[in-house]
Design a binder for this molecule. Structure first.
Ligand code: GTP
Ligand code: MG
Length: 453
């Protein structure tokens, strides 16, 4: 499907940007530039300013000659300040001169097919584009820098080493491997298996970069959840009233935090007993949403005189990350707030962050706490994590499985079968950077990209 011998073009800047970047790559690039630009002469740096006669505008053209370009062929980036109509006129001109509209991810597909980057790095381009927080971005950049390819290459080399030792044994000996040798090979196999497991464990699920993490606001009815959601989002997303059970549905909004984004949701107040069918349905929706949340902000109304209901519903939820907050602190004096905070601490066994959506108290601290929890959860605590796609995980898991089988075969004395399993494990890992991967897989990978990348 991917042709390499024609010239492709696409707008590669965001649609809401007045600075437009048009990419052009392929053998006709220079010819086309010669047609559209008056006096086109690229200097040694490959950067030139020229007038595009058809649209009567000046543009900066960056020319990268093959093979020293992103795609590996002649590539130009035309930068100009233009509106949509002018940009469309330019695109039409490029197409009339023989360029073809690039499909999603086709520039990166060319880079891959021209051996400029390996497949893992190509996928990383997309991960960088879709990353939703700084840690996911760092993990995607690690992937882009070829770290996964590098790590899998080191592991492949140890498999090759083991394979050569096994095969030497098969070729030159009619007897079983000596026990000392056998123990050594098994130890090496275990080491390789651990390296693969570490790689998986320390990685970030890059699929999750496509879905923003969910942060839920939970608590009893009237705890001030909807008021808090509206405050954090900065708009009236959820209805607020002094009546209990005002919120029935799960209501969401996108929350921009420093360094990351998340989906914040409000839901029905949790109950110990559902009285009506409507209560029951609202509870089910709330519990389901809270179960899927990465972080839960648990609200307790500090102005209440009895927290028995709050204590009971706290037991209903068990999220990985819980932030406990005391709401409506504006209703108490400073001294009263301090006294009740320590009472809440002794009742619930954890600290409460004092918050008031009415007076803005604690809102910035809450945002910072949510950010910290999200980053801790998505980073797995490592800066060196690599973002792995489903395809990478599959290859790594298959390789681990093959190594376990190889170990079993060695223990059972069938070195020939063990060698076969190791060869399969080796091939699984080669898949990660594979160059002869079939078209359908390539299609699936690059179709997730946006046009122009
Ligand atoms: N003084 C004060 N009142 C608040 C604050 N936050 C919420 N309230 C009031 O508390 C009442 C309940 O607020 P909601 O935000 O609707 O509470 P909720 O937890 O969403 O309630 P349900 O949807 O019924 O579960 C309303 O009358 C709010 O005005 C606050 O920070 N200070
Ligand atoms: Mg509500």
């Amino acid at each position: 499907m991917y042709k390499l011998n024609d010239t492709i073009t696409a707008i590669s800047s965001p649609s809401n940007d007045h600075r437009v970047i048009v990419r052009l790559a392929g053998p006709q690039t220079l010819d086309i530039l010669g047609h559209i630009c008056t006096s086109f002469v690229a200097d040694k740096t490959g950067i030139t300013t020229c007038r595009i006669s058809d649209i009567n505008l000046d543009a900066i053209v960056y020319l990268f000659r093959q093979p020293h370009s992103y795609t590996g062929d002649d590539l130009a980036e035309i930068h100009l300040w233009a509106n949509q109509a002018i940009t469309e006129a330019l695109m039409e001109k490029l197409l009339s001169l023989g360029a073809r509209t690039a499909s999603a991810g086709e520039f990166t597909a060319r880079a891959y097919l021209n051996n400029k980057i390996d497949l893992a790095q190509a996928e990383a381009v997309n991960e960088v584009i879709t990353a939703s927080n700084t840690f996911q971005l760092a993990a995607a950049e690690n992937l882009l820098a070829g770290r996964l390819g590098c790590l899998s290459k080191t592991i492949r080399e140890s498999i090759l080493d083991l394979l050569s030792r096994l095969e030497a044994n098969l070729d030159f000996s009619t007897e079983d491997i000596a026990p000392a040798n056998k123990a050594d090979i098994i130890a090496k196999l275990n080491e390789t298996k651990s390296q693969l497991k570490d790689l998986l464990a320390g990685s970030i699920r890059s699929e999750s970069t496509l879905d923003l993490p969910a942060v839920g606001i939970a608590g009893t009815p009237n705890a001030g959840k909807s008021t808090l959601l509206n405050k954090l989002l900065g708009r009236q997303r959820s209805i607020v009233s002094h009546q209990r059970k005002t919120t029935r549905d799960v209501l969401t909004g996108e929350l921009e935090l420093p360094g990351c984004r998340c989906i914040l949701f409000d839901c029905a107040g949790l109950l110990t007993h559902a009285e009506t069918i409507l209560d029951e349905l609202a509870q089910q929706a709330a519990i389901e949403a809270i179960r899927n949340a990465m972080v839960v902000v648990f609200c307790v109304d500090i102005s209440k005189s009895d927290w028995a209901e709050d204590i009971a519903i706290r037991r209903l939820i068990n999220p990985a990350h819980l932030i406990t907050i005391a709401t409506k602190t504006d209703l108490l004096s400073e001294k009263g707030t301090a006294e009740r905070l320590s009472k809440l601490k002794s009742l619930f066994g954890c600290d409460f962050l004092p918050v008031s959506a009415h007076s803005d108290t604690g809102i910035d601290k809450l945002k910072a706490e949510i950010t910290t929890r999200l980053i801790t959860t998505t980073s797995g605590h490592t800066k060196d994590a690599v973002a792995l796609t489903t395809r990478h995980r599959q290859s790594l898991n298959n390789a681990i499985h093959d190594i376990i089988q190889a170990e079993k075969e060695i223990k059972a004395g069938s070195e020939e079968l063990a060698a076969m399993m190791l060869r399969t494990a080796y091939n699984q890992l080669s898949n990660i950077e594979q160059h002869n991967i079939d078209e359908q897989v390539l299609d699936r990978i690059f179709s997730r990209f946006c046009i122009g990348k």
